[in-house]
Write a protein that binds this ligand. Structure first.
Ligand SMILES: O=C(O)CCC(=O)C(=O)O
Length: 275
């Protein structure tokens, strides 16, 4: 019990200081197999709930680039169970210190193998909060679930430790392919250093990152796909702030809310609540 408590404290301290944390394997191989199969079904347009996900950021012309489908939990029950997994919610609560955790949205991510590097497939340096300023504070956290082993060869995510303390920066573009140009133009604080670390993981492991942590990913130079679900979460006290660029986010409409309303209700299912 004492050891467990000490481990929990070390985990939340690491997250507080670095803005990310990598969990051990949470998803076993049998569940991973189901998740990969359900991912394929969603991409093939088979929606077991009868409701389509949001596919507004992807067209087949993007070819070898990253395929990103938002809100797969609208379409598929296996993916929904993962996006609302209480274990992921409990870890997110531990890391953020929140009493409750809700789903904001999910992103099903497929980075095809691209050994000849003909097409991009990079995810440009960004902070998630740049897109989520419809939340009054950056009280959001992402759980990124690896469906395959990930490492620098297949374009695993890279995160910049401690960058969650730098505030919102000037360079934030998920779709930018020239990450070096982005880095050169980044207004990082004078006393800080930009030293990304690869979030290499085994399939079934889950990484967590703060909404202000700078992250991105390089190309998948292998011949196999890199598959994952990014589960974007809010703390239970996260409120809507009207009038920002975040109003363009597809989930803001679901709240149907007024400035100051809690991001809560059916569209934002609760993963975890502390008793
Ligand atoms: O999968 C990637 O490479 C990037 C995902 C991402 O930006 C996120 O989960 O916040």
């Amino acid at each position: 019990m004492g050891t467990n408590c000490c481990r929990r404290r070390q985990t939340s301290l690491f997250y507080e200081q670095n803005g990310y944390w990598i969990a051990p394997q949470l998803i076993d191989e049998a569940r991973l197999e189901r998740l990969r199969a359900h991912m394929e079904r969603v991409f093939a347009g088979q929606f077991e709930t009868g409701r389509a996900p949001f596919d507004g950021y992807w067209t087949p012309e993007q070819g070898n680039g990253l395929r990103k489908t938002d809100n797969s939990h609208w379409a598929d029950l296996e993916l929904r169970a993962l996006a609302t997994d209480p274990v992921i919610g409990e870890i997110a609560a531990l890391l953020t210190g929140a009493d409750a955790i809700r789903l904001w949205h999910d992103q099903l991510l497929f980075k095809p193998g691209n050994p000849d590097r003909r097409a991009g497939g990079n995810v440009g340096w960004h902070q998630d909060y740049a897109y989520w300023q419809c939340a009054a504070e950056p009280t959001l956290i992402t759980a990124w679930v690896a469906f395959d082993d990930v490492n620098p060869d297949n374009g695993c995510m890279q995160v910049v430790p401690r960058s969650h303390r730098w505030g919102l920066l000037n360079v934030n573009d998920f779709f930018e392919q020239d990450m070096e140009k982005q880095r050169q133009g980044m207004d990082i604080p004078e006393d800080a250093s930009f030293e990304p670390v690869p979030m290499a993981m085994k399939a079934g492991q889950v990484s967590f990152h703060h909404a202000l942590a700078i992250h991105g990913s390089g190309p998948n130079t292998t011949s196999r796909p890199r598959r994952s679900l990014a589960v974007h979460l809010t703390t239970g006290d996260t409120r809507y702030r009207a009038g920002t660029r975040g109003d363009g986010h597809m989930n803001v409409g679901l709240l149907g809310g007024r400035d100051g309303d809690l991001f809560a209700g059916e569209a934002f299912p609760e993963l975890f609540r502390r008793n």
